[in-house]
Write a protein that binds this ligand. Structure first.
Ligand code: PLP
Length: 392
């Protein structure tokens, strides 16, 4: 009898996608007791109270309808004002900003809007796990180049130049970086942007962690100069900065002709970002600042604890300047990153993510998210110490 499998119906594009290396470890950890998870990259804080209340009020006021495809103008205005205030970069809220279902949707829209089949996208790795998959889903070809710890995990303009072909359409930039915690250095960013100008490429800048920096400046790519802004799609969001992952709200900002392309896809696939979340996001921009500062101060305390602790265990850790991840090199364990993460989970019930989940540049590292309670990080470090006594 013929085997009953429907897998043959999947498109080659979808069948060829690798499952996310993060989910795999999360699934194993979910079957075990007493696991300390440094695995998933999301704030442990609940959304700040005034933002929650704005969402509740929105529902109670009967705001249960679609909004404009672009998102509420009030939200787009608030986003434009925020970007102007923080970085001095100006966008017209009417046709240069679209509200999306998280940066995840903004990534999908941006890539689908600009890529023709076979177009290449240069992706410095280690990077957020979705970039390569999103490029493939949009019909493009991801071209990965490594960013090195020795270079503070900055994009390497020489490697970018070497990777450019006649098919290159776009260069990805992602700072503050997931998974390394690196923050962009202005000079390197300018050099990368100059290459985009020389070869007439789009710059896609994922700045979702822009507010989570620890005494370092976040450099906003389109704010560098007007000609860079004219070829940049800026992606930003609320998930990380305001502890709003579950609300699903983000945005893309860029030249009107490009953003109109994104809106064309969004209107057919999504219609409009969740109305409740749009109202909550307006409140986040209106009154969220002290809450952001409070969360940043607490992340900073945890950052110092985890980075100091990992380095003491011989797991050399680059000092993260932004986001909420530590990215230790695990060479001292004598294991590769997959084996390290799996053995640590099974033996000590601490979940981290193998660096190769973030692309070839992440091999030999693991990612430990410190958006979890201080005491849990202390206990995780204690368990890792026992682990390294056996394996170091
Ligand atoms: C760098 C980066 N970009 C985008 C996202 C997706 O965020 P959102 O919740 O806005 O879809 C994440 C989430 O982990 C991320 O780390």
């Amino acid at each position: 009898m013929q085997e009953l499998s429907s897998v043959r119906y999947l498109s080659q594009r979808v069948a060829g996608l690798k499952p996310s290396g993060i989910r795999k470890f999360f699934d194993i950890a979910a079957t075990m007791d007493d696991v300390i998870s440094l695995g998933i990259g999301e704030p442990d804080f609940t959304t700040p109270r005034p933002v929650l209340e704005a969402g509740i009020r929105s529902l109670q006021n009967g705001e249960t309808h679609y909004t404009s495809n672009w998102g509420k103008l009030e939200l787009r205005r608030a986003i434009a004002d925020n970007l102007a205030r923080l970085y001095g970069v100006t966008y017209n809220p009417v046709d240069e900003i679209i509200a999306t279902v998280g940066v995840s949707e903004a990534l999908y829209l941006a890539l689908t809007a600009i890529l023709d089949p076979g177009d290449e996208v240069i992706i410095p790795t280690p990077c957020f796990v979705s970039y390569q998959a999103e490029v493939i889903l949009a019909g493009g070809v991801p071209v990965e180049i490594p960013a090195k710890m020795e270079d503070n995990f900055q994009v390497d303009p020489e490697r970018i130049r070497a990777a450019i072909t006649p098919r290159t359409k776009c260069i990805f930039v992602g700072y503050p970086n997931n998974p390394t915690g690196a923050v962009a250095e202005r000079e390197t960013l300018l050099e990368a942007a100059k290459l985009a100008e020389e070869f007439d490429l789009v710059l896609l800048s994922d700045e979702i962690y822009d507010r989570l920096v620890y005494g370092f400046e976040h450099v906003c790519l389109p704010a560098l100069d007007e000609s860079i802004k004219q070829r940049t799609i800026l992606l930003g969001g609320f998930s990380k900065d305001y502890a709003m992952t579950g609300w699903r709200i983000g945005y893309a900002a860029g030249p009107a002709e490009l953003i109109k392309g994104l809106v064309r896809i969004h209107q057919y696939t999504i219609m409009s970002a969740p109305t409740t979340a749009q109202d909550a996001a307006i409140e986040a921009l209106r009154s969220g600042e002290p809450h952001v500062q409070e969360m940043v101060a607490e992340y900073d305390r945890r950052r110092k604890l985890i980075v100091g602790g990992l380095n003491r265990l011989g797991l050399t850790t680059f000092e993260p300047r932004g986001a909420f991840y530590a990215f230790p090199k695990i060479a001292a364990s004598g294991m590769d990153d997959e084996t390290f993460a799996e053995t640590l989970l099974r033996e000590e019930r601490v979940a981290v993510v193998p660096g190769n989940a973030f692309g070839p540049g992440g091999e030999g590292f693991v990612r430990a998210c410190y958006a979890t309670a201080y005491e849990k990080i202390e206990e995780a470090l204690h368990r890792m110490e026992k682990f390294m006594e056996r394996h170091g």
